[in-house]
Design a binder for this molecule. Structure first.
Ligand SMILES: O=c1ccn([C@H]2C[C@H](O)[C@@H](COP(=O)(O)O)O2)c(=O)[nH]1
Ligand SMILES: [Zn+2]
Length: 183
């Protein structure tokens, strides 16, 4: 590598890679044994609102991952999904990453912002995304895209004029394992 070059470094992350990497790393905090989801919100100037500012409670404000509500210990709550008793599954309890990112925001006004999220948002997250004023969504994984919840999300996004697109991973592959091995 020519460390004496006068030219700027060429292989730096694109904005998409950078913000999706932040969301993917945030998902690594999730305790969900099946699906780990992370989200981050950026403003029109490509600035993460709440860029990993850690407050006294160790909360990264402005960024979120799927987890149990504050005060509901991860060790006491059910993380399964197949019990016949829905009250004994995570479904009614887990806070979705998109909601946590919005609740954790440090800017009062996130109208016009963009959300990077590692999973196509469900219909409930679509509602809170729309109501928060976020105008653009970039998602990484569309494993739920066939579900009615996702079809309802797309319908509401279209009606509300929210743009949503899949992260274009044809460029440098984001390898969280490599990132984690360097931490
Ligand atoms: O929009 C969404 C949809 C789902 N999640 C979280 C909620 C759960 O913790 C998992 C989904 O678990 P599965 O076992 O894959 O059903 O993903 C979210 O954060 N945002
Ligand atoms: Zn959701």
């Amino acid at each position: 590598m020519d460390t004496d070059s006068n030219r700027k470094r060429q292989r730096y992350l694109t904005w998409d890679q950078y913000f999706m990497a932040v969301a993917l790393v945030s998902a690594e905090r999730s305790k969900d044994p099946v699906t780990q989801v992370g989200a981050c919100i950026v403003n029109a100037d490509n600035r993460i609102v709440g860029a990993c500012i850690v407050n006294a409670d160790n909360r990264i404000v402005g960024i979120g991952y799927n987890g149990m509500p504050n005060g509901c210990s991860d060790d006491d709550m059910p993380w399964g999904k197949n019990s016949k008793d829905i009250l004994n599954t995570k479904k009614l309890y887990v806070c979705h990453a998109e909601m946590n990112a919005i609740v954790n925001k440090i800017c009062a006004d996130i109208r016009g912002c963009k959300m990077y999220v590692t999973l196509y948002p469900c219909n409930n997250c679509a509602k809170i995304i729309i109501q928060s004023g976020i105008k653009h969504v970039v998602y990484f994984d569309d494993k739920n895209r066939h579900k009615d919840e996702a079809k309802a999300s797309q319908y509401m996004f279209d009606k509300a004029g929210i743009t949503i697109r899949k992260y274009n991973s044809t460029s440098t592959q984001l390898n969280i394992g490599t990132l984690k091995s360097r931490l």
